[in-house]
Design a protein around this ligand. Structure first.
Ligand code: PGA
Length: 279
């Protein structure tokens, strides 16, 4: 299977002598990478506008996409990029959490993006951390249905956890998983503790799109910045795909690109042991 994957990739783009099973674009800095991704999104929104079509974006939270959202806000202000035809679905939300709590991803999206652009509020979808426990299953089922009814996600933006999670799909999340309630990994609670007063305040649960929800997106861009992400980027891109590193399951999608800065790319064989890649 791995050889097949490699062959498929090698046909699609030139990865001669490469160890990489996912195309990776490396930028000097996170700012450069974010400007590149913002440009891709802006071009796509405008392309859809010309065709008088909606543009369905899957969006991520965390520290990684902050510079992307800042650039999109700049494009809206300075280059008249309109979000009127944009429909969004966010990957995840803590559970339980109040929508206006400082750490909620509902609030994050408002502060970072939605309050500063002309998106129609009824086109915004984020899992709801406020609902009753008994209603979660139905909420998740409805979330999947809303994505389908919107025609599916055209472009999904992802970050990656140090443990390989995408959305809050923690290690062990299967390729067929859908939007659901999940228990956060201890490593994720530690990594995200900086957003809270202390670790005991970090919710133990979250609602997240599943791996299959993500893989159904037409196009996927995963972003990663900084040396802390270098080991997991290497695993996701070069090692065999495994549920233990959920981002490696993206090897099974045929239009996925990793956009990383130099530090996050440091463990890739082409950088770490370039003599092995034939360059
Ligand atoms: P980060 O988190 O952007 O804050 O590094 C990424 C993630 O957990 O997906």
């Amino acid at each position: 299977k791995q050889t097949n994957n490699m062959a498929k990739r090698t046909n699609a783009i030139d990865l001669s002598d490469s160890f990489e099973k996912i195309p990776v674009k490396i930028f000097p800095s996170s700012k450069d990478g974010s400007v590149f991704v913002a440009r891709q999104i802006a071009d796509f929104i405008r392309f859809k506008q010309q065709k008088k079509e909606k543009c369905v974006l899957g969006l991520a939270t965390g520290s990684t996409p902050k510079s992307l959202y800042a650039e999109l806000v700049r494009l809206h202000r300075e280059e008249k990029l309109s979000f009127k035809n944009v429909i969004t679905f966010n990957l995840d939300e803590y559970y339980p959490i109040h929508n206006n709590a400082l750490q909620s991803y509902n609030r994050f999206m408002k502060t970072q993006l939605f309050d500063h652009v002309d998106i129609d509020p009824k086109n915004i979808h984020i899992p709801n951390g406020e609902i009753e426990k008994d209603d979660i299953k139905e909420h998740c089922r409805q979330y999947e249905k809303k994505i389908k009814d919107a025609g599916g996600i055209d472009l999904q933006i992802l970050g990656i956890g140090n443990n390989g999670h995408i959305g809050f799909n923690e290690p062990g999340s299967g390729i067929y998983s859908k939007t659901r309630l999940i228990t956060l990994d201890n490593s994720t609670r530690i990594a995200n503790a900086y957003e809270f007063a202390n670790i005991s305040q970090v919710p133990r649960l979250a609602i997240t799109m599943g791996i299959s929800t993500i893989l159904q997106s037409k196009k996927i861009i995963l972003m990663a910045w900084g040396s802390a992400k270098a080991p997991v980027i290497k695993k996701a891109v070069e090692d065999d795909d495994t549920e233990q590193v959920p981002a490696s399951l993206l090897q099974n999608h045929d239009d996925v690109t990793f956009v990383v800065d130099k530090s996050a790319a440091a463990e890739l064989t082409r950088n770490k042991s370039p003599w092995l890649t034939g360059d």
